[in-house]
Design a protein around this ligand. Structure first.
Ligand SMILES: [Zn+2]
Length: 386
């Protein structure tokens, strides 16, 4: 009898312990756990965002882990179980801290302190907006190169994903038009600016950076570095690159990306090697819109859509310098949304460093500010009647 009592007591203890485990799991939030599991298994189903060409879940790597070094995903609309349709809504850092009970792998990126507002997907009140699907962080250590037109290794985009890149700005009227179309659509892009242009209109560069766009550089004065005198004189070529970096950095008045694009995509090997020593990433392109040869906005749209349809995804090269492109933007973004494309924004892991020698050269170019104009404008010009 005593033996039976002991056995029953032991069984009851085991039962209670098992119940305790279940209860603890329930207390931890079963809905969240289920949502998290569903998210990992099938990220396309964890959001109600439209997926016209639903990519098979199997072709997705598990969300938010390193997709392919040196590209790390830091934000994804699919991270929230109930992402509203189309519009991007995730603050990745906040999502992992408050909405998801178990730390998602991207928390590691946030924990490095590298996460900033530019790395988050902001809320969007426009249901028709193209929005933002993912933010990827690029570790530029050693100067990786992107753009499958020339570099095949880091092809980090999934089917139907696009990255916008704009060259040759900043430029009055056109750059603000491009920016307005992007912000109206709650989406983001990378701008490769010409240093000289940035010194002419630093306010435009700063506005882009303030709006969360990624700003990189595109030389000082858009010289083809594969030609002489640059081809035979690497010091001159370095100066053309570095003055561009310094000028754009100066215009923004804060950190800019260690992202660089060669003019005309002429990319001498020794200069790519040099950029490697500077930890600056080179960006070629996947899809060249050739918008600089196009004068009608409709033809810019056609060019981008046709090439995208053929390629399925890609880093797109356009020019905020070009008026037809600026005019095409609202309709182009609308068409891209209708066709089910999703925008990926690239952000750098860390900012570029400038070299003081080239900072000084840019200052020296700015002949007007080194003139007598040292007093603040308000003490020089006063409104005396109005
Ligand atoms: Zn260019």
């Amino acid at each position: 009898m005593r033996v039976v009592v002991v056995v029953i007591a032991a069984l009851m203890t085991l039962g209670l312990a098992a119940f305790g485990v279940v209860a603890a799991q329930k207390a931890a939030g079963p809905a969240s756990l289920v949502a998290l599991v569903a998210h990992v298994i099938s990220p396309t189903q964890s959001t109600s965002a439209p997926s016209p060409a639903a990519t098979p879940a199997a072709s997705y790597p598990v969300q938010t882990r390193i997709v392919q070094n040196p590209v790390i995903q830091v934000s994804d609309t699919a991270m929230l179980p109930s992402a509203p349709s189309g519009a991007a809504i995730v603050l990745a850092q906040n999502a992992t801290a408050s909405a998801l009970p178990t730390p998602a792998p991207s928390t590691a990126a946030a924990a490095t302190g590298s996460a900033t507002a530019a790395k988050a997907i902001p809320s969007c009140s426009n249901p028709d907006a193209l929005g933002l699907s993912r933010v990827v962080e690029i570790d530029t250590t050693g100067g990786p190169a992107f753009g499958t037109e020339h570099f095949k290794q880091y092809d980090f985009l999934r089917d139907k994903e696009i990255v916008f890149t704009f060259d040759d700005g900043p430029w009055p009227e056109n750059t603000p038009m491009v920016l307005r179309a992007l912000t109206d659509n709650c989406t983001k892009a990378t701008f490769f600016e010409i240093g000289e242009h940035a010194t002419w209109r630093p306010d435009l560069s700063k506005t882009l950076a303030d709006a969360g766009m990624t700003v990189g550089s595109h030389t000082w004065s858009h010289k083809d570095l594969a030609r002489n005198p640059y081809a035979k004189d690497i010091e001159q070529a370095k100066q053309e690159i570095e003055m561009g970096v310094s000028a754009v950095h100066m215009a923004v008045g804060g950190p800019i990306a260690p992202f660089f694009r060669f003019p005309d995509l002429q990319q001498p090997a020794d200069l790519i090697a040099y950029l490697g020593t500077r930890n600056i990433a080179t960006f070629s392109t996947d899809i060249d819109s050739f918008d600089f040869k196009i004068h009608k906005p409709d033809d810019v749209i056609k060019s981008v859509l046709t090439k995208l349809q053929k390629n399925g995804k890609g880093i797109i090269l356009m020019h905020d310098f070009q008026h037809a492109t600026a005019e095409a933007m609202p309709e182009l973004l609308h068409q891209l949304k209708l066709a089910g494309y999703k925008v990926v924004h690239m952000v750098p892991k860390g900012p570029v460093t400038t070299i003081s020698k080239y900072d000084d050269m840019v200052h020296a170019q700015d002949k007007f500010s080194s003139s007598n104009n040292t007093r603040p404008e308000s003490s020089v010009v006063k409104t005396i009647s109005e």
